[in-house]
Design a protein around this ligand. Structure first.
Ligand code: ARG
Length: 465
C-alpha cells in the first residue's frame, strides 16, 4: 500500500510505479532528507504541534534509519527492503515508510504541515549548498596547482598563439595563469550562487502554505539558511538555482576542455611541448609505442554531457505551469550528473597537471626559428617615428623576403633591412631576442617577467592563505 493510497481502490500498476519511481536516482538525497526532517520535527515540537515525546521518538528512528542506509543494512531500492515489499516511489516515501515500519502510527506525524513538494525543494537546496562548497574547494585546489606550475617554470618562454598560428613569445607561466583567472571567475559564480541557494523553501506546503502554527524562520535558522524563499508558490515550483548550478558547471567544463585540448595537442609528437605523467596516460592494446592522453580527452568529452544536462533541465522547466508538476522530478539526474562530472574532472585535472613536464628547450628552439618577433620590428620603427600601419607593411615585406630565402629575420643582413627603410640601424638585431622582447612589455597584466612575478605573488596571497 502506498502512503497516499486512501482515496484509491486499486494499487498503482507495477509498470506505472516502475516508470514513475525516482528512488534509484534520488536515494542520493537520503542524508539531506533526514537532516530536513529532523529540523522540521524539532520545530513541530517547539510549536506544540506534536509532543516532545513524539518528536524524540521520530528523531531517534530517523537517526537510526540514516545509520542503516549509511551502513548498507537498509538498501533503498524500488522493490524490497529485507525481503519486505516496499512500494516507494521516491526517497522521501522510502524513508517515511521505513519510519512507520519502525515506530508505527506516530511516524505518521512527521509529515504534518509539510508536502513532498517543499520537502524535495529543501533537500535539493541542502544538496546544492554542500556540493557547491565542495566544488569551490576543488576549483581552488586546481588554481593552486596551476600557480605552483607557473612558479616552477617561471622563466620558461614559449610561442604564444592566436588562430593556432604562432603569434608572439610569452612566458609559459603567463599562459598557465590565464587558467587561474578563468577558474577564479568560476569560483565567483559559485560563491554568488550560494547566496540564492541558501534560502529555505520549507513550510510552503504543497503550494499554499499551512494552517498549522509553524515557524518557517526557526527551521530555516536551524538548517543554517540565511532566510526564506518567501512566496510559497515560487518556493515549490522554482528550479532556478539548479539551472544556475549546471550552467556554472558547464562554464567550468568549457574551461577544462580548453586546458584538456591544449594538453592533448602539446603532448603529441607534432608539438612535443609537454609530457603527461605515465600515471595519467594509457597505452594502446595494439600499438606498443603509444602513450595516449586519455584523461585529458575524457575531460574534453565529458564537457558534452554537462552541456546536455543543462539543456535537459532548461527544457524540462520550459512552459510548465505553476506550481509543482511531476515533470520536475526529472531535475535530479542532470543535477547529480553535472555535479559528479565537474567534481571528478576538476580533481583529475589537478592531479594530472601535477605530473606534467614542460620541455623548455623545445620551446626555445621553436622560438629561435620563427617570426614571432615581427611585431617587435614594427614597434621599433614606430618608436623611430613611423606610423604603425606603414611599419606593419614594411615588416610584412621583410617576412616575405625571409620566407622566400628560407632564413630567419636574425639572418637578414642590415643592407637588406635598409633597402626597406632607412630607419633600420644596427640596433635592430637586439629587437630579435625573445627574452628581451618580453622585458620590453610595459602594460599591466602583460607577459613581462615583472608582471608575471607580480601575478604569481598576488595569486599566492589569495589562494594559499
Ligand atoms: N519525487 C518527487 C520529485 O522529486 C517528489 C515530489 C513529489 N510530489 C508530488 N506531489 N508527487 O519531484
Amino acid at each position: 500500500m502506498n502512503l497516499w493510497s486512501g482515496r484509491f481502490r486499486s494499487q498503482l500498476d507495477p509498470h506505472a510505479l516502475k516508470f514513475s519511481s525516482s528512488l534509484d536516482v534520488d536515494k542520493q538525497l537520503y542524508r539531506e532528507d533526514i537532516e530536513g526532517s529532523l529540523a522540521h520535527v524539532a520545530m513541530l515540537a517547539k510549536q506544540k504541534i506534536i509532543s516532545l515525546q513524539e518528536a524524540a521518538t521520530i528523531q531517534n528512528a530517523l537517526k537510526e534509519i540514516e545509520g542503516e542506509i549509511a551502513k548498507g543494512t537498509l538498501v533503498l531500492d524500488r522493490k524490497s527492503s529485507k525481503g519486505k515489499r516496499f512500494v516507494a516511489e521516491d526517497v522521501h516515501m522510502a524513508i517515511e515508510q521505513r519510519l512507520m515500519e519502525k515506530i508505527g502510527p506516530v511516524g505518521g506525524k512527521l509529515h504534518t504541515a509539510r508536502s513532498r513538494n517543499d520537502q524535495v525543494a529543501l533537500d535539493e537546496r541542502l544538496y546544492l549548498r554542500r556540493t557547491t562548497k565542495q566544488i569551490l574547494k576543488l576549483i581552488r585546489q586546481l588554481q593552486k596547482t596551476f600557480v605552483a606550475k607557473a612558479s616552477q617554470y617561471d622563466s620558461v618562454l614559449m610561442p604564444g598563439y592566436t588562430h593556432l598560428q604562432r603569434a608572439q613569445p610569452i612566458l609559459l607561466a603567463h599562459h598557465l595563469l590565464a587558467y587561474v583567472s578563468m577558474l577564479n571567475r568560476d569560483r565567483e559564480r559559485f560563491s554568488d550562487l550560494l547566496t540564492r541557494v541558501n534560502r529555505s523553501p520549507l513550510g510552503a506546503g504543497a503550494l499554499a502554505g499551512t494552517p498549522h502554527p509553524i515557524d518557517r524562520n526557526a527551521v530555516a535558522r536551524s538548517l543554517r539558511f540565511d532566510g526564506l524563499v518567501e512566496n510559497s508558490i515560487d518556493a515549490v515550483s522554482d528550479r532556478d538555482v539548479l539551472i544556475e548550478f549546471i550552467a556554472h558547471c558547464s562554464i567550468v567544463m568549457m574551461h577544462l576542455s580548453r586546458f584538456a585540448e591544449e594538453l592533448v595537442l602539446w603532448s603529441s609528437q607534432e608539438w612535443h611541448f609537454a609530457e603527461i605523467g605515465d600515471a595519467f596516460t594509457t597505452g594502446s592494446s595494439i600499438m606498443p609505442q603509444k602513450k595516449n592522453p586519455d584523461m585529458a580527452e575524457l575531460v574534453r568529452g565529458k564537457t558534452g554531457r554537462v552541456y546536455g544536462d543543462l539543456m535537459a533541465l532548461l527544457t524540462v522547466m520550459k512552459g510548465i505551469p505553476l506550481a509543482y508538476n511531476r515533470d520536475m522530478q526529472e531535475d535530479k539526474e542532470p543535477l547529480f550528473d553535472a555535479a559528479k562530472t565537474v567534481a571528478d574532472s576538476l580533481a583529475i585535472c589537478s592531479s594530472m597537471l601535477k605530473t606534467v613536464k614542460f620541455d623548455a628547450q623545445r620551446f626555445e628552439n621553436e622560438l629561435a626559428s620563427d617570426f614571432l618577433l615581427a611585431t617587435e620590428l614594427a614597434d621599433y620603427l614606430v618608436r623611430k617615428g613611423m606610423p604603425f600601419r606603414k611599419a606593419h607593411s614594411i615588416v610584412g615585406d621583410l617576412v616575405h623576403v625571409c620566407t622566400r630565402k628560407k632564413i630567419a629575420l636574425t639572418e637578414l643582413p642590415l643592407t637588406e633591412y635598409r633597402k626597406h627603410s632607412k630607419l633600420f640601424e644596427k640596433g635592430v638585431y637586439s629587437m630579435l631576442d625573445p627574452r628581451a622582447s618580453l622585458s620590453r612589455k610595459r602594460s599591466a597584466g602583460s607577459t613581462s617577467p615583472k608582471e608575471v612575478q607580480k601575478a604569481i605573488r598576488s595569486w599566492r596571497r589569495r589562494l594559499f592563505r
